[in-house]
Write a protein that binds this ligand. Structure first.
Ligand code: NAD
Length: 309
């Protein structure tokens, strides 16, 4: 299993790599490639030294590089963590355009060098739009091979159910995050327990949890992000056992949402990186209104970069 992690010198990667290499997720050892930009190569060499000293059981080989061809050639799975961060005072449009350049180049590299069967998980923010850009520049790879990351938001929602509504983690299932991964995302527990009605404060807690972590840690979520990434790829690879989970997926026509965007939606995953969108759930009117707001925001993000295609 040849796995590429971009942003390999960053903080999520530092939490993710030990989780990825210390359990037998893919029933085989991993050929790991870490990509970062040239100025971070020294830091990446330090990560490599630590990997050597860790002797992880499921690491078969390791390459660190800043070269796209080396990074993307023949990979089976790409976990895209590397992106341009939002700097103080930066407008959303500037952030989107900076990331457009990165994901245009990486989408093209996927298309040119990766296996056509490659699976791609985009984590770098703004994640739904970055996933859309990557997909646009990889016409040889089916859109369903791309997913954007919502699993951390789902885990945050599961924690809220335990903490506030006294639910047991092992009982919680079929909870959904809808829309754009941003402060407009929409948590929905109605398919888990229709008696639990999330109030506005619950919704806001989930929408702003990432920002709350940044406020305290002065850094964005990394441990929890890594944990959710492992759950996302494990369920994508092995299946979700009939449980509904949330992936950002390419929308064709589910729920009459606009087409041609990556929207966080309910899916069931099956073995060997297959999944299907669950497109027949009831959505109450309050939830639907919130989802429409989130999708409108996503549409605006795409509008801001579409002219660059
Ligand atoms: P970080 O700043 O610690 O690391 C990012 C790394 O990416 C850096 O080493 C940087 O040099 C590298 N990078 C930048 N441009 C690159 C490129 N073109 N090619 C390869 N590498 C490149 O950030 P982090 O905390 O690890 O977070 C990574 C991303 O994940 C951020 O965009 C963050 O906003 C996002 N994130 C998303 C979620 C989510 O739930 N979707 C949660 C947490 C973080």
């Amino acid at each position: 299993m040849k796995v590429l992690i971009t942003g390999g010198a960053g903080q999520i990667a530092y939490s993710l790599i030990p989780l990825l290499l210390s359990s037998n997720i893919f029933n085989t050892k991993i050929d790991l490639i870490l990509l970062d930009i040239e100025p971070c190569m020294e830091k990446l060499e330090g990560v490599k030294m630590e990997l050597e000293d860790s002797n992880f059981e499921y690491l078969n080989s390791l390459i660190i590089t800043s070269d796209l061809k080396t990074a993307f050639s023949d990979i089976d799975l790409a976990i895209l963590l590397g992106g341009f961060p939002r700097l103080p005072g930066m407008e959303r449009k500037d952030l989107l355009e900076k990331n457009f350049e990165i994901f245009k180049i990486q989408g093209t590299a996927l298309n040119d060098y990766a296996k056509p069967s490659v699976k791609v998980l985009v984590v770098a923010n703004p994640v739904n739009t970055n996933c859309w850009i990557t997909n646009k520049f990889s016409p040889n790879i089916p859109s369903e091979n791309f997913t954007s990351y919502s699993y951390l938001d789902q885990e945050r929602l599961a924690y809220l159910l335990q903490n506030k509504y006294n639910q047991r983690y092992e009982d919680i299932k079929n909870i959904i995050i809808w829309g754009n991964h941003s402060s407009t995302m929409v948590p929905d527990v109605s398919n888990y327990n229709s008696e639990i009605k999330l109030d506005n404060s619950d919704i806001s807690t989930i929408q702003n949890r990432g920002a709350s972590v940044i406020e305290k840690r002065k850094l964005s979520s990394a441990m929890s992000a890594a944990n959710g990434i492992i759950k996302h790829i494990t369920k994508w690879f092995h299946g979700s056992d009939d449980e509904i989970i949330s992936f950002g997926v390419y929308n064709t026509n589910s729920y009459k949402f606009p087409e041609d965007m990556f929207i966080s939606m309910p899916v069931k995953a099956y073995e060997n990186f297959k999944y299907s969108v669950i497109d027949d759930l009831e959505i109450d009117s309050k939830t639907r209104t919130l989802i429409d707001i989130s999708i409108k925001e996503l549409k605006e993000e795409i509008y801001l970069v579409k002219h660059l295609l």
